[in-house]
Design a protein around this ligand. Structure first.
Ligand SMILES: Cc1ncc(COP(=O)(O)O)c(C=O)c1O
Length: 388
């Protein structure tokens, strides 16, 4: 089996064989960025950050943006600078680059199971205020054992299933029993509950999302009442996402919301009915180059599955009338023009809106911040690939 030294030697040999120039440097014109690349329109991005922060503040609710959407500490630092009270990560390893970048208040909005992860969690808890979710007594025992062993302490939230049918306790009685168990165990502190419903975020109609959100909030209230009757204080109720944020902040149950995609948007969220509610702008784009025009209607670009996710649909080409992205292959995407007069030409540079921002970020080493036609920032997607 290859050891760590051999792996490092092999990587060094690759690095020395040929340096690949970065896709862009600060100050480059948009036209000089190599493709495929991930671009962030900084004006739209900053507008989105301000809009969500203002929404949360208007209702006296905290904003704890989810970093699973981007995995990029520079983005979280900008959200904190505008008033976010902390961030969420979905995985323990995902949190590591954020702690390294100086973030000190991280909620891991997920259950953490297994010795290696619990050790890493304890190491992180030495450096930052970390909270996690739990939905099983055996898991909270393991969390406590790990914290004791590593002389760390940890905040724990009971995850409640409010309709997503994923993780989470099913009844208010379970919430009370688990909260009591957490309170009784050394080196753990019961912090509250998490009530996140991913499915409702993506319901198309605004009214449908509102109804689903109200149903979820009703359930949350039952769990809160049970905790109150048992004499257990519940300082934090966390949850919510981009699709439900407007309702979550007005619900009177959430103390903080966990939206992530709002900063970027994608075609999936962009296609929802937002009515008169908050409008977030598309700030995230893939930049590609037309590498082949084999027929009068077809243009092939260099953005494939290794640069964009496609499980939520194909990305959408921007500003091209009557041109649709009809397929995404490993290294190529196919653009089809209804009218040959509108087909992009060889060498044209195409901007696309990804269909799902989270897995798309995870395919890129960096995100290139652009403003006024120039590169203003290049931020590493430091938690790329950190899914343990
Ligand atoms: C637990 C949790 N909270 C918050 C979010 C953020 O949701 P969105 O990116 O849709 O705003 C997610 C996304 O999947 C999530 O899993």
């Amino acid at each position: 089996m290859e050891g760590v030294t051999q792996l490092a030697q092999r990587q060094n040999a690759v690095d020395q064989a040929m340096a690949i120039a970065p896709a862009a440097q600060i100050g480059d014109a948009l036209a000089d960025i190599d493709t495929p690349s991930l671009l962030l329109d900084l004006d739209a991005f900053e507008d989105n950050l301000r809009a969500m922060q203002a929404l949360a503040e208007r209702h006296g609710v905290g904003l704890r943006p989810h970093a699973k959407a981007h995995r990029c500490p520079d983005i979280s630092l900008r959200q904190l600078a505008l008033g976010a009270q902390g961030i969420c990560c979905q995985k323990v390893s995902e949190a590591v680059p954020f702690v390294a970048a100086g973030l000190r208040n991280i909620h891991i909005s997920n259950e953490v199971v297994g010795p290696a992860k619990l050790t890493l969690l304890a190491q992180l808890a030495h450096q930052a205020d970390i909270t996690v979710c739990a939905d099983h007594p055996a898991n909270v025992e393991a969390l406590s054992d790990a914290m004791l062993k590593h002389k760390a302490s940890l905040g724990v939230l009971v995850e409640v299933d409010v309709g997503q049918k994923r993780c989470g306790v099913q009844t208010p009685e379970e919430t009370v029993a688990l909260a009591q168990r957490i309170q009784a165990l050394p080196n753990l502190q019961f912090m509250g509950i998490q009530a996140y419903h991913g499915g409702l975020q993506h319901k198309h109609g605004l009214a449908q999302r509102q109804q689903s959100c109200e149903k979820a909030v009703k359930l949350v209230r039952k769990h809160l009442e049970a905790l109150q009757q048992a004499g257990i204080k519940c300082p934090v109720v966390t949850g919510g996402g981009t699709g439900s944020a407007a309702f979550d902040v007005a619900s009177d149950v959430f103390t903080e919301i966990q939206a992530g995609t709002y900063a970027f948007m994608d075609t999936d969220y962009g296609s929802l009915d937002w009515g008169e509610s908050l409008a977030f702008r598309h700030s995230l784009f893939l930049l590609g180059t037309v590498m082949s025009t084999p027929t009068p209607e077809r243009a092939v670009i260099d953005v494939g599955l290794k640069s964009t996710s496609a499980e939520s649909g194909t990305p959408a080409a921007v500003g091209l009338e009557g041109v649709r992205c009809i397929a995404v292959n490993d290294e190529h995407s196919i653009l089809q023009a209804d009218d040959p007069a509108h087909r992009p030409a060889l060498g044209d540079r195409i901007r696309l809106i990804p269909s799902h921002c989270d897995p798309t970020f995870n395919l890129h080493d960096t995100v290139i911040g652009v403003r006024g036609g120039y590169v203003e920032a290049i931020w590493p997607v430091s938690a790329r690939g950190l899914s343990r």
